[in-house]
Design a protein around this ligand. Structure first.
Ligand SMILES: [Zn+2]
Length: 252
């Protein structure tokens, strides 16, 4: 029966992913994420429950709107699946703890941050604000957690602010706020591998794109997607990575 438990967690995550899709579509154009209710972006027809079951509706409708037969963007099932999958990994890693809640809030912020940054090259303030508002109650678990995560919040933003000033606007304000949110939800210890992986993957991709002349030297590169990748990897395997690194350098 245990697999039913994981199916339940997966579909809980996928349902959250369904809401994240709404955030991805509406936040960058300053629309409310709660009103009006979900509708087809092509024909405007209001969707009912049967159209809104995560992943399954998309498969059942074969990726087309029930009313006007237009194609449903693949973003919808992909975000739903990714969110469900990451929720399963979060629970598998942290069990039934506050750490799981912080991790799933983190994932629920960085998935839309990544999608919106890729599409619009911005990270909306209200997305970061949601991370802070959901995050702060979750770090009040104990004094130790509060301090570790509070430092992550302040250090994350402060460090990136310095880099932004040094690089003269090479890094956007939305990125800095997102690093603060990641620091708040991961704590400063896991923020370090998250940032390391973000700069590493961002650097590799950026240099590759420069080499194949996909982008020019002056083109802005959205950093949000790399922050998201770094944060996911750090949340799921950051402690092993730190242990491995400390063992390698013989620090302990
Ligand atoms: Zn339609």
């Amino acid at each position: 029966m245990e697999y039913l438990w994981w199916v339940l967690i997966f579909f809980t995550g996928a349902a959250v992913g369904s809401f994240l899709n709404v955030c991805i579509c509406r936040m960058p154009v300053n629309e409310s994420v709660v009103y009006p209710p979900s509708h087809c972006p092509a024909c405007g027809e209001k969707l009912w429950f049967g159209d809104l079951v995560p992943i399954l509706s998309y498969l059942f409708l074969k990726g087309r709107c029930r009313y006007c037969d237009c194609r449903i963007a693949w973003q919808y099932p992909v975000v739903e699946f990714a969110t469900g999958f990451l929720f399963v990994l979060a629970v598998a890693k942290y069990g039934l703890t506050m750490g799981t809640l912080r991790t799933i809030v983190l994932f629920s912020i960085i998935i839309p941050a990544m999608a919106i940054d890729l599409k619009y090259k911005i990270i909306p303030d209200r997305l970061n604000l949601a991370g802070v508002l959901f995050g702060i109650p979750l770090i009040c678990e104990s004094k130790e957690v509060f301090i570790t995560h509070g430092i992550g919040f302040l250090a994350g933003g402060g460090l990136l602010l310095l880099i932004a000033l040094a690089s003269r606007g090479g890094m956007g304000g939305g990125d800095i706020k997102l690093v603060s949110v990641i620091g708040l939800l991961l704590g400063w210890k896991l923020l370090l591998p998250a940032l390391f992986l973000a700069f590493l993957t961002g650097g590799v991709v950026g240099i590759t794109m420069l080499l194949v002349k996909k982008i020019g030297r002056k083109d802005p590169v959205p950093f949000g997607p790399y922050l998201a990748i770094g944060a996911v990897l750090a949340a799921l395997a950051g402690d092993q990575m730190i242990g491995w690194y400390l063992g390698l350098t013989g620090a302990f």
